[in-house]
Design a protein around this ligand. Structure first.
Ligand code: ADP
Length: 397
């Protein structure tokens, strides 16, 4: 089956067409600046790149452009829309309603809409993407795959905040966690590298990209994760602060006369690696700057590493032990130096990285033969995970 994967943002749509028989991506593309002058579509398929520059005012127009590109006789990947068997949509917030992917119907759409207050930026964009596909591809079955779903197995002590209980029951304030599709995909592959059944391993998955989160996965189930009600909590990220004392919000408002919106903007877009380094949110640039003696870049790296290491220790305690630390996403998969720095200090847990194995391009076990806790690199593939879920749900129906 050919599955179209849609990841819709408010002004962009990322997409892939995956053939589920051999699990290869037939086409990958992105539409940017939807509803803003200067819309562009860039697609790679069969070794050719198609670039279309034409203003598109809404998501329906963008999906029409995606289908035109996918079926383009010269640059496309399929002959007609009828070759696309299903669409899999990435949906950010499934709240407590969804612990797995589901076929989209009216009730599911209503539930995604109900979760808009929990993800006011993301869920409306996801809804626009789904509705646009429904308008342009009526009759094609669609599946929603939620970023939050994998984390729904967390026990109350992990997902409750120590706020008045009514904040949870009435307002649904709790830890949800994100990047769940990636954590699930990687957690399913890791036991294979350990030669152990998934039902008997304790893993800490480190998804380190622009956004970053850790999860504690015990016997295949998520028992804790570092992102919370929103993706702002937890690790230090590219531009997000991660954990802070919540009273800092009031303090910044009072001292600098900022509005709450300005403080939230500071925490989401001006903090993290960008904020501490004062230069860039990109790990490659920070590392290069630190190498050439830039003190602020070095400081930013130290805080980044320390926070990941601290969470690994916390999650080992949460699970009562640890079998493997698993690195994934842009930084986790590619940055051997970051992995080495993070692991340095975890020897007390029995986790010892092997510098010979921990090289760029490494996949699998990068720990020493006698390391009691294994350290793995497992590349993530969220689109493939969405394609698999979509095929499974549609074929079962
Ligand atoms: P997103 O969260 O946007 O999907 P990615 O998973 O692509 O992000 O990760 C982006 C991060 O990965 C950036 O900070 C980038 O610098 C970093 N990264 C990518 N390749 C490398 C590399 N070879 N070495 C160090 N960092 C890298």
């Amino acid at each position: 089956m050919h599955v179209l994967i849609i990841n819709a943002g408010s002004s962009s749509i990322k997409y892939q067409l995956i053939d589920t028989r051999d699990e290869q991506a037939l086409a990958k593309g992105q539409v940017e600046r939807i509803g803003i002058p200067g819309t562009s579509l860039v697609q790679k398929a069969r070794g050719k790149t198609l670039t279309v520059e034409k203003d598109i005012s809404d998501h329906v127009g963008a999906i029409q452009a995606v289908l035109a590109a996918l079926t383009d006789p010269e640059y496309g990947a399929v002959r007609g829309m009828d070759e696309i068997g299903a669409v899999g949509h990435r949906v950010v917030h499934g709240g407590e309603k969804f612990s797995a992917s589901v076929r989209i119907d009216e009730a599911v759409m209503a539930a995604i809409r109900e979760n808009v207050p929990l993800a006011p930026l993301h869920n409306p964009a996801n809804i626009m993407g789904i509705e646009a596909c429904q308008a342009v591809m009526p009759g094609t079955p669609m599946v929603a795959v939620f970023d939050t779903a994998f984390h729904q197995t967390m026990p109350p002590q992990a997902y409750l905040y120590a706020l008045p209980y009514d904040c949870y029951t009435r307002l649904k304030v709790r830890r949800y966690g994100f990047h769940g599709t990636s954590h699930r995909y990687v957690a399913a592959l890791a036991p294979g590298y350990l030669g152990r059944p998934a039902g008997a391993v304790k893993l800490v998955i480190c998804h380190l990209g622009n956004g970053g989160s850790l999860s504690a996965v015990k016997n295949g189930q998520c028992v804790d994760t570092s992102m919370g009600l929103t993706p702002l909590e937890g690790l230090m990220m590219g531009t997000r602060s991660g954990d802070i004392d919540p009273a800092i919000v009031q303090y910044l408002m009072d001292r600098d006369g900022l509005t709450i919106a300005q403080v939230m903007d500071l925490l989401n877009k001006k903090s993290g690696l960008l904020g501490l380094s004062g230069k860039t949110s990109d790990m490659r640039d920070i590392t290069a700057a630190a190498h050439s003696g830039d003190e602020s870049a070095r400081r930013a790296l130290q805080v980044f590493d320390y926070r990941v290491r601290k969470y690994i220790g916390a999650y080992a305690a949460a699970m009562g032990g640890l079998d493997a630390i698993v690195f994934t996403a842009g930084i986790g998969e590619n940055d051997a130096a970051a992995r080495a720095r993070i692991a340095d200090g975890l020897q007390f847990l029995g986790a010892v990285i092997d510098p010979v194995k921990n090289v760029p391009g490494a996949v699998g076990d990068i720990s020493t033969a006698d390391s009691a806790v294994k350290i793995l690199v497992v590349p993530t593939n969220e689109e493939l995970a969405i394609a698999r879920d979509t095929r499974e749900i549609i074929e079962k129906a």
